[in-house]
Write a protein that binds this ligand. Structure first.
Ligand SMILES: Nc1ncnc2c1ncn2[C@@H]1O[C@H](COP(=O)(O)OP(=O)(O)OP(=O)(O)O)[C@@H](O)[C@H]1O
Length: 229
């Protein structure tokens, strides 16, 4: 795709419900109508407020139980970064994991190795190509997971609490990597410093969107609702 900034996610009265153990239905996300096209969007809110559910809906990992959701242009490929990189590292060695993500785009193993090296270099992980993923620190592992996602050249990056397991230095480094991405990104986060750098912030509370706009007022509203104003 030539113009990544043209990726638009449209939600038209999208809701998500699940069956409870008691045989009732529980609404996780109340009907939501939104158009998302900013380059950096942060989704914040209390535990269980529906942030991950929104990202999973946009990624197509779950289907709305009501309403409709569209990504435009048609065929946009989202890439998903999980809080726990262990969930998405597939191969035991760093270079092999990135090469695995390249299997669709580059047919020769040599080409995959070279591209994998380039990607690792740009993420400051050039010296870890032959390391076992089990020998990496949490921060390094999260960077490798991001490298794997980026190797697939996603046109929209969806990141679900990607800095949760990271210490302060790794959080700062990882945030810089995320903010430097060319592709548009929607990130669910408890990290208000990360949210403050977004172009637009959505605030959720108990499955409802309660604020939507510039980081300053949106984060202030979240603090107010959380009793931390
Ligand atoms: N498939 C499902 N089945 C049952 N309950 C679900 C399902 N998906 C989400 N939930 C519930 O919906 C609520 C919202 O979950 P979600 O993971 O979207 O919250 P969140 O805002 O990302 O929370 P956190 O900040 O803790 O990660 C939670 O109470 C969760 O247990």
């Amino acid at each position: 795709m030539d113009n990544l900034s043209s990726v638009t996610t449209t939600l038209d009265a999208v809701a998500f419900e699940v069956d409870t153990a008691e045989g009732a239905r529980r609404r996780i996300l109340h009907p939501l109508t939104l158009t998302l096209r900013e380059h950096r969007i942060a989704v914040i809110g209390a535990n269980g407020s529906g942030k991950s559910t929104l990202l999973r809906l946009i990624a197509g990992l779950v289907t709305p139980t009501e309403g409709s959701l569209q990504l435009r242009p048609a065929g946009v490929r989202p890439g998903f970064i999980f809080a726990n990189p262990q969930a998405q590292l597939i191969m035991p060695v760093v270079g092999e994991d990135i090469a695995f993500s390249l299997r669709r785009s580059i047919s020769s193993p040599k080409g995959r190795r070279e591209r994998s090296r380039e990607i690792l270099d740009t993420m400051g992980l050039g010296d870890r190509e032959n390391s076992s993923i089990y020998d990496l620190s949490s921060g390094e592992r999260q960077k490798v997971a991001l490298a794997g996602v980026l190797a697939a050249e996603p046109e929209l990056v969806l990141a679900d609490e990607p800095t949760t397991l990271l210490d302060l230095r790794s959080t700062v480094e990882f945030t810089e990597l995320l903010m430097g991405l060319e592709a548009p990104m929607i990130v669910a986060t408890h990290d208000l410093q990360l949210a403050a750098r977004a172009d637009r912030v959505l605030v959720f509370e108990a499955g409802r969107l309660i604020a939507d706009g510039a980081p300053g007022p949106a984060i202030a509203r979240y603090r107010e609702v959380a009793g931390a104003a």
